[in-house]
Write a protein that binds this ligand. Structure first.
Ligand SMILES: Cc1cc2nc3c(=O)[nH]c(=O)nc-3n(C[C@H](O)[C@H](O)[C@H](O)COP(=O)(O)OP(=O)(O)OC[C@H]3O[C@@H](n4cnc5c(N)ncnc54)[C@H](O)[C@@H]3O)c2cc1C
Length: 615
């Protein structure tokens, strides 16, 4: 048996995993296990920026950031966690800067910041009596909060963290794919992984295990997510009887390249880009009179769907335009400073985006607008954790000893029903670091507990059975049908009818999946085998997502039920927890949202009162 022993095993070499590794390895032995070569993790694809209230270009505060985060999440955010996120963001950005991250700079040498959707500050000239549409009528105005390195911010973060991990002596197992957790007596004692190059299984014995496996956008047909984002961590936890939180909240980013889903960062609009319908109208003026194109993502995505449904897509089709031409930015006075810009400025701010459009669309965004449609982008839900990254097994907050999660695979929950742009990267560094710290602490206080006899046996049996089966139905057909179903019936808009159809379809696909085989029976780089196993994870997460979406009879954040169009705080101001209950059966429970209470005039009141969300 290939056996390895480390105090801390971290599964995933994205921003969350590597930030945790940097922290835990200061104190205890740490290894990172990653199915991708570390610098190929999806964090490296993040474009627009990372949020922190540094006040480098204008006055800002972490309190502004916390308010925006809670409102952006349609009040489903856990408030203590959100305050931690926004306070610790500032310190984390300076840590990254000191590690050598090459941020863009302001004229006086400080970290440069840009605008992003939903990030605001109070308007100093606000007057409730001012005529609508005037500057003074806006209670809040956009603020420059997103720290950036052109439109390659995630790339710079990932490279910086990887260099630091190497320098600090973290051990890496590159291209090792985790297939199972080792759970014994209700606690986690390690993982089983397959070495992709050889097909051999390896047992990793640990005191603390972190799941930082990223998102699962590959559940949907049109997605900004890389092919590897198949939610292995959450799916494996779910199979071990652990709950998943808020799975119905999946974010569609408004500006994906038409049909391909490749992301065109919100930085396009932060830097002044504007969306137009087929009639050349700036439609966001109707849906979000204040912030317009800088409203939150769920609002913008729904607005695009409404325009398309009303026949106002470009040429009557299902897309609209994103326009970042300098002449448009100048005409609508949307540049960050309100002043005029030229094409060279746009090219310097958004080099990768412009390159994507030229390469994948054959469109030159300096000269013409880009066709866009909403693209499946980010999982607000995931493995429930507390603010120390410890995984929770129930609504009472009982900790699973030895198991931790951070990053997109986790749900702390700082994003609630809808995440603000640039708040994921900051979630990775703040809660990745916290998880690393508590993993080390857990490891320092414990012995290695014995593993069950032959811990690889269940995984070996599953892999052998899959290899032994005749090829049968092509697995890609099952994947395509799942992606189409999730896109059509569990996408931006849902109803009981579409969701029931999706539930039955996913259950049928799971039955068909149980008899697929693989063509390649070999052991060396058998990527076909791994893709089938990844599809199994996506099917489980699709089942969990649909179950939560069906149970939540309200509209909130990224979850829009056309049959229940309003937010229903009386019945659904709570997180959902979904458990697997046997073959395609699920059980949905609820847990309270964490609310901060403060004293006001001798009375205890909520610090962030519920309000109707308008932009
Ligand atoms: C195109 C794009 C642009 C984005 N832009 C921004 C932005 O500007 N600002 C922002 O805040 N957010 C942005 N996001 C969101 C953000 O980038 C992600 O949410 C975040 O990077 C996720 O980081 P992570 O560390 O959780 O996981 P990832 O970076 O996705 O890494 C996951 C890791 O898990 C490993 N892994 C997965 N499964 C297994 C397994 N079974 N065994 C072993 N290893 C496994 C992978 O190898 C990988 O190393 C963007 C996302 C996309 C897709």
């Amino acid at each position: 048996m290939n056996y390895h022993r480390f105090d801390c095993i971290i599964v995933g070499a994205g921003g969350a995993g590597m930030m945790a590794a940097l922290e835990s390895s200061k104190h205890v032995g740490t290894a990172v296990v990653s199915k991708l070569y570390p610098t190929r993790s999806h964090t490296g694809a993040a474009q627009g920026g990372i949020a922190a209230a540094l006040s480098n270009l204008e006055d800002d505060s972490w309190e502004n950031h916390a308010y925006d985060t809670i409102k952006g999440g349609d009040f489903l955010v856990d408030q203590t966690a959100a305050e931690i996120l926004c306070r610790e963001a500032v310190e984390c950005i300076y840590d990254l800067e000191h590690m050598g991250l090459p941020f863009d700079r302001t004229a006086d040498g400080r970290i440069s910041q840009r605008r992003f959707g939903g990030h605001t500050k109070p308007n100093p000239i606000y007057d409730p009596a001012a005529p609508p549409g005037t500057e003074a009528a806006k209670p809040r105005i956009p603020v420059m909060r997103a720290c950036h390195a052109a439109d390659r911010t995630g790339h710079m973060i990932l490279q910086t963290l990887y260099q630091q991990c190497i320098k600090q002596g973290v051990t890496f197992f590159d291209e090792y794919h985790m297939l199972d957790l080792i759970m014994e007596d209700g606690e986690c004692r390690g993982i089983v992984a397959i070495e992709i190059a050889t097909g051999e299984l390896h047992t990793f014995h640990a005191k603390s295990v972190l799941l930082a496996t990223g998102g699962f956008g590959r559940m949907f047909k049109v997605s900004s997510n890389a092919f590897a984002l198949t939610g292995d961590g959450p799916a494996i936890a779910y199979r071990h009887g652990l709950p998943l939180e808020d799975m119905e909240f999946y974010q569609f980013h408004p500006t994906g390249i038409y049909r391909l889903g490749i992301l065109l960062s919100e930085a396009c609009r932060g830097d002044g880009g504007v969306m137009f319908n087929g009639k050349g109208e700036r439609f966001m003026e109707v849906y979000a009179p204040n912030l317009k194109d800088l409203a939150s993502r769920d609002v913008c995505s729904r607005s695009i769907y409404q325009e398309v449904r009303a026949g106002r897509g470009v040429g009557g089709k299902d897309f609209v335009y994103l326009d970042i031409r300098a002449e448009t930015i100048n005409k609508y006075k949307t540049s960050p400073t309100g002043g005029t810009v030229d094409s060279a400025w746009v090219e310097k701010r958004l080099p990768d985006i412009i390159d994507f459009a030229r390469t994948y669309l054959g469109v030159d965004p300096i000269k013409e607008p880009m066709p866009i449609q909403p693209t499946a982008h980010y999982a607000m839900g995931g493995i429930p954790t507390n603010v120390h990254g410890q995984v929770l097994r129930d609504s009472a907050g009982t900790v699973v000893p030895g198991l931790f999660s951070a990053g997109e695979s986790a749900c702390v929950s700082v994003h609630g029903g809808n995440r603000l742009g640039t708040n994921s990267l900051v979630d990775l560094v703040v809660f990745g670091r916290r998880a690393g710290r508590s993993m080390a602490q857990h490891a320092l206080n414990r012995q290695f507990e014995p593993l069950p006899p032959n811990p690889q046996a269940p995984t070996a049996a599953a892999v052998e059975a899959l290899l032994a089966r005749p090829r049968g139905e092509p697995w890609v057909r099952i994947r395509d049908e799942m992606q189409q179903t999730m896109m059509d019936d569990c996408g931006v808009y849902r109803t009981a009818e579409t969701l029931t159809r999706a539930r039955d379809k996913i259950a049928a696909l799971k039955v068909r999946y149980a008899s697929v085989g693989v063509a390649d029976k070999g052991s060396v780089f058998n990527t076909g085998l791994l893709e089938v196993l990844e599809l199994g994870c996506l099917l489980d997460l699709a089942e969990a997502t649909v179950a939560c979406a069906l149970a939540r009879k309200e509209s909130r954040g990224g979850h829009s039920r056309e049959d229940f169009p309003d937010r229903d705080d009386a019945n659904f101001f709570k997180h959902s927890l979904v458990y697997s209950a046997g073959a395609s059966e699920t059980r949905v429970e609820y847990k309270d949202v964490d609310v901060i209470m403060v004293e006001k005039n001798g009375e205890m009141v909520t610090k962030y009162p519920l309000e109707i969300r308008k932009y």
